[in-house]
Design a binder for this molecule. Structure first.
Ligand SMILES: *Cc1c(COP(=O)(O)O)cnc(C)c1O
Length: 392
């Protein structure tokens, strides 16, 4: 028996373990310190009431012979795919219900979609990056190239015609930088992909946080239907991190190498995936109802206000940052030339505030730091009061 040798190529990433270890050590040495965590990438507000009602109704149907459901359809129940298709219509994008696959979340799909592509493709990711795109492709033995995101390009890398890539991961609004692409910028990626015969894997997990006039879907961009797959999730949109539901869109006209990618992915899912539970699909459909949208947007607005509290503090202090407006993340330049970890230690010891060092997301994250708006209001306000005090 031999193990997949590509696992030896994974670079150990101790980012969150190191953050937890340093925080625990500080807490043990300073038992009276009230530590505030603004490093979390998880939501904290509960599910919306209509969502919980729908989940309960779904569970009740499972309790009776007449309404009991066995295996769901591989691609998800039609009622949910229709609801998602209608949701796209609301922001002017046409995606038909039979181009949608319901899944247990975007992280699985981001990793699993690689099953349909050959090993000898070159993968392009941006740096800093959501680690799933990198590690899942290292496990598959693919070559990875990096597009630098930095102050010069506003942390939104654009295509370089001299780079040869076959699979391109884009995430907008971005985790960790909070930057969001404009239509014109995405059009450059779409044109690059169509010219090269490449495929864009577009992660739209944060689309619901967009407040400006920016594309909520790559399919808002002309030409995307012949080169892009979109991955989305209810995790951040509707607090589904512990409930698990996402969706992936593959346009029917997307063909590569003599294969229709919808059909190829369908075959893969039918082989390795038996679908999302009925009560969860009922809950997900409720997110897209009128009342569901009203309720989830109350929660999103709460996080957005936290983001504004953080952003206004940074502005007052003259600290440059991206994000916060179309994203729950704020990506800031560490003040006084501190490194990411120096700033982490400084904030923890002086303000008892925990964030995430940027270099954990890639080389270009060195000297940067991520704060999130997923905390509660009082903690966010208090954290910013302390940050102002120690940096003024
Ligand atoms: C949180 C997040 C997701 C969502 O993952 P789920 O598996 O659906 O919870 C996807 N992409 C990015 C970049 C994220 O930060």
């Amino acid at each position: 028996m031999k193990i997949n040798k590509h696992f030896d190529d994974l670079v150990p990433n101790y980012l969150f373990a190191d953050v937890a270890r340093k925080t625990a050590a500080f807490a043990a040495a300073h038992p009276d310190a009230r530590i505030i965590r603004l490093g979390i990438g998880d939501v904290t507000l509960p599910l919306a009431p209509v969502v919980v009602e729908a989940m309960k109704r779904g569970a009740e149907e499972m309790a009776h012979k007449e309404t009991f459901k066995g295996y769901p359809e591989y691609e998800g129940y039609a009622f949910l795919r229709e609801a998602i298709s209608d949701y796209y219509k609301r922001f002017g994008v046409t995606v038909s219900a039979d181009e949608i696959f319901v899944s247990d979340g975007a992280k699985s799909d981001c990793g699993n979609i690689g099953d349909i592509f050959a090993q000898d493709n070159t993968v392009l990711v941006t740096d800093p990056v959501y680690p799933v795109y990198v590690d899942s492709n290292i496990m598959a033995g693919r070559k990875i190239v990096y597009a630098a995101c930095n102050e010069q390009n506003g942390f939104a890398a654009l295509p370089d015609e001299s780079v040869e890539a076959d699979i391109i991961y884009l995430c907008s609004p971005n985790n960790p930088t909070g930057a969001a692409y404009t239509c014109e910028e995405l059009k450059q990626w779409v044109d690059y992909a169509n010219r090269r015969g490449a495929v864009i894997l577009y992660d739209a997990a944060y689309e619901a946080f967009i407040t400006e006039d920016l594309p909520r879907s790559i399919f808002a961009v002309e030409g995307a239907r012949t080169c892009a797959i979109e991955l989305c999730s209810l995790s951040k949109t509707a607090g589904f991190t512990g409930t698990r539901c996402g969706y992936t869109v593959i346009p029917k006209e997307l063909e590569r190498d003599g294969h229709n990618l919808y059909d190829t992915w369908y075959r893969r899912q039918a082989t390795k995936f038996n679908g999302v539970s009925y009560p969860v699909q009922c809950a997900a459909a409720a997110v897209f109802s009128e009342e569901g949208q009203r309720q989830i947007h109350e929660n999103i607005a709460y996080y957005q206000e936290n983001a504004q509290i953080i952003a206004s503090t940074l502005r007052e202090l003259g600290i440059p940052f991206t994000g916060g407006t179309n994203s729950p993340y704020i990506w800031l330049k560490c003040p006084n030339g501190m490194s990411s970890w120096e700033f982490f230690d400084f904030l923890l010891s002086e303000a008892n505030v925990v964030g995430t060092p940027g270099e954990g997301f890639g080389e270009n994250g060195a000297g940067y730091f991520r704060l999130t708006s997923f905390g509660d209001r009082d903690s966010t306000v208090e954290a910013m009061r302390r940050v102002k005090k120690v940096l003024s």
